[in-house]
Design a protein around this ligand. Structure first.
Ligand SMILES: [Zn+2]
Length: 104
């Protein structure tokens, strides 16, 4: 499992324009499963989400590219909303030959 703590300064929410740019640059990103407030896919939740949540989905995208056939899951947790401190975790759900750690 990968666990990263991130801290942001200033506005750390995605604008509609930035969300559209990311969805265009990474077409599969919007189809990621996502337990957001507005629907079951990341495309439903990307506008207004935190940069930390975007970072989680970009990590998943990179992990899938690096390990085709593997399934990854992540989550983003706000540790301190005043300091904009977030924890992003990524894990391999289906362990395989590529050395992914098994899901715990
Ligand atoms: Zn998500």
């Amino acid at each position: 499992m990968l666990c990263i703590t991130l801290q942001f300064r200033g506005n750390c929410r995605l604008s509609p324009e930035l969300a559209a740019a990311f969805l265009e640059a990474y077409p599969r990103l919007g189809r990621h499963a996502c337990k957001g407030l507005h629907g079951g896919h990341f495309a439903d939740n990307i506008v207004g989400t935190s940069y930390a949540h975007l970072f989680e989905h970009l990590l998943i995208e990179l992990a899938v590219c690096a390990h085709p056939g593997q399934v990854f899951a992540g989550n983003t947790k706000c540790l301190d909303p005043v300091r904009q401190l977030y924890q992003v975790r990524l894990r391999c759900v289906v362990p395989g030959e590529s050395g992914c750690e098994p899901a715990v």
